[in-house]
Ligand binder design. Structure first.
Ligand SMILES: [Zn+2]
Length: 640
């Protein structure tokens, strides 16, 4: 099989050949630089800059790498004039941030007007000779998005250097021909939690996810087994994060603590959602008197090294590996990763967590790909006997809420901050509007509020209906039915309020978060209801309650452990899960195209993995099915 071994010099030659032969234009190139996985071409030819779309397209076709055209400093309009023009042009400007190193200006626009068209932006860019980027601020302020911007734009010199270093590795000479693909399971083998898969080719080492297990009782059980691979941190080319749940990204800053300085690839919403939860993770650990595995400085370093990619953008991340993210329907920004290895040597689809059904916020996971030889897929509900679906579950939830309110009780819904929480908010809105449940106050507590703000900033990552409403200026989540609890004092007031109410609070598996404060106060009253709407991992307090353990230990007000007797009603409703039901998992295998030769089942307890494996072998009788444990390696066969 022929392989194109691209070198940096060869790339330069190709670029110059393009300008002398194909497009005989005085290129005015002043610099060719790397911007992460893209090649940046700086020019002082104004015409070329104004024609950048065509030139970039031609070059991508020619060299098969992502290209961006930037203006040389000498031709850019001065900052003051650019800012004046921007403010003349748009009436809803909230901020203008210049990046002199890249010749890029970020315009922050308030959400009360529709976003400018590509044409308008193009005109402005042609006039000013700056690259223009537009960001929407939201009606809900989020501290995290501000923080991410400060970290990235606050030290542009460092960021540019990071991107250059990443590019140098991505576009390095390929030393070895790709003739082998090996995956090693460092976490999530026969378990739900700490997802981490090491993907190795003869040329590249890539870590897919780097999660933390909530149910573990020691670091050896909670951390991915990075320790099992010699020199992993030094030799790692890239980290790819599928979505912002702790069990997929909780340990990313830990890599930076131990010296990793390479790229972290994820979608745009995943970045702020990740930072928010890393900081919360440190916070919770400190509150519980546990030494956190990394510091805030490590989490900030991770942000500085993160490169975000939109859905469908094909990106080289090493000389022989290209990745593309697609919607996985699991939570905001969650992705299935298509991994293309060598020039057609092997293709992997890593589904990570996925939902093969439309939810209120997201469309169902993508199932058609250009090519697949190996499918790595989750198995969370692989053993579930009772089928579930959302419409039915909404009705069940409505019945439980109504019953509880009618007997004078309060409803508590523990949620992970991201994904389930926003889905449940939309469902409650719907239940109130359709008068399916009595109108009572709903309090939102914990990270849910901030996470909802982050949702409002990325409408394009949700389904069209929700996106349209947000762009029209509606806060689809935080309607008049909800009251956010923003301080300890406010929480005290809620705790003193008598009568029926609904509380949505973090954390989803009762491992920390304000939900525990409510439980301490109200778990003893049998009129109340605790409604689980997400998966409860083995070893968590949530799982123990589901196993009928009714005497639990919670931290008291004075910081001392307290025994709490749980008399409230407890129910678990599966249909809101961001994971596919068993039926959906099997439907996915039936729908996926083309058919994979290898299927690797991860992210499920042994019973789930084995049961799913049996069912899949009937659907794909000629495929090889693997059910690895942690530290098992699999050499993936070359395409037949
Ligand atoms: Zn997840």
């Amino acid at each position: 099989m022929s392989q194109q071994l691209f070198t940096i010099n060869k790339l330069r030659q190709e670029i110059f050949r393009y300008f002398s032969v194909i497009n005989p234009l005085e290129s005015g190139i002043t610099k060719i630089d790397f911007e992460g996985p893209r090649i940046a071409i700086y020019t002082k030819n104004q015409e070329l800059f104004r024609n950048q779309d065509q030139v970039a397209k031609d070059l991508v076709n020619l060299i098969k790498k992502r290209v961006v055209i930037r203006s040389d400093e000498s031709i850019r309009l001065p900052r003051e004039e650019v800012e004046e023009k921007i403010r003349e042009y748009f009436k809803n400007v909230q901020g203008v941030v210049f990046n002199d190193l890249l010749g890029e200006v970020v315009i922050e626009l308030s959400p009360d007007k529709p976003l400018p068209s590509d044409n308008e932006l193009k005109l402005l860019s042609n006039m000013t000779l700056w690259s223009i980027k537009v960001e929407r601020t939201t009606t809900m302020q989020t501290k995290t998005i501000e923080k991410v911007k400060k970290i990235i734009y606050g030290d542009p010199q460092y960021r540019v250097q990071v991107l250059r270093n990443i590019g140098e590795r991505v576009f390095r000479d390929q030393t070895f021909m790709t003739n082998e693909v090996l995956i090693t399971i460092l976490g999530s083998g026969m378990q739900v939690g700490r997802s981490a898969i090491l993907l190795q080719t003869t040329e590249s080492k890539i870590l897919l996810d780097c999660g933390y297990s909530l149910g573990g009782t020691s670091n050896l059980e909670s951390f991915p087994r990075l320790d099992a691979i010699d020199n992993l941190v030094e030799e790692l080319d890239a980290v790819v994060i599928t979505h912002a749940h702790l069990d997929h990204m909780g340990m990313v800053p830990y890599l930076f603590k131990y010296g990793y300085r390479g790229p972290v690839y994820c979608t745009e919403p995943t970045l702020p959602l990740m930072l928010m939860q890393h900081l919360d993770f440190i916070n919770v650990a400190e509150k519980e008197g546990v030494f956190p595995p990394y510091s805030e400085a490590d989490a900030r370093l991770a942000v500085q090294h993160t490169v975000t990619l939109g859905y469908g953008v094909v990106t080289n991340i090493t000389p022989d590996v290209r990745i593309t993210f697609y919607n996985s329907g699991h939570m905001l920004g969650s992705s299935v990763v298509h991994i293309h290895i060598g020039e057609g040597f092997h293709n992997i689809v890593y589904t990570s967590d996925f939902k093969f059904e439309d939810s209120r916020t997201l469309e169902a996971c993508i199932s058609k790909f250009p090519r697949i030889e190996t499918l790595i897929m989750e198995s969370t509900y692989g053993a579930a006997q009772t089928p579930f679906n959302r419409a039915q579950s909404e009705q069940v939830l409505a019945e439980y809420i109504t019953k509880t309110i009618e007997r004078g009780g309060k409803v508590f819904i523990p949620v992970p901050a991201v994904g389930r929480a926003q889905e449940i908010m939309l469902i409650l809105n719907h239940l109130f509007e359709s008068k399916s449940i009595p109108e009572v106050p709903v309090f939102l507590d914990g990270l849910v509020i901030e996470a909802t703000g982050i949702h409002m900033a990325f409408p394009q990552y949700m389904n069209q209906e929700i996106a349209r409403q947000i762009i029209d200026g509606k806060n689809v989540f935080l309607t008049e039915y909800f009251t956010p609890v923003r301080s300890t004092q406010q929480r005290e007031e809620v705790l003193e309020t008598s009568g029926p109410m609904i509380v949505i609070a973090t954390s989803g598996m009762l491992e920390g978060g304000p939900i525990l404060t409510y439980l301490r106060e109200y778990a003893g009253d049998e009129r109340n209801l605790l409604a689980f709407v997400s998966y409860q991992v083995e070893g968590t307090l949530g799982r123990r309650l589901l196993k009928d353990i009714r005497e639990i230990q919670l931290m008291g007000e004075n910081g001392k452990p307290e025994i709490v007797n749980v008399n409230m009603e407890i129910v678990k409703i599966d249909g809101f899960s961001g994971h596919s039901s068993k039926q959906e998992l099997l439907n996915y295998v039936k729908s996926i195209q083309p058919k994979p030769k290898n299927v690797v089942l991860l992210h499920g307890e042994p019973e789930a993995v084995l049961s799913l494996s049996k069912s899949i072998s009937k659907i794909l009788p000629s495929s090889k099915i693997y059910t690895p444990r942690n530290l098992n390696s699999i050499t993936l066969e070359m395409k037949a």
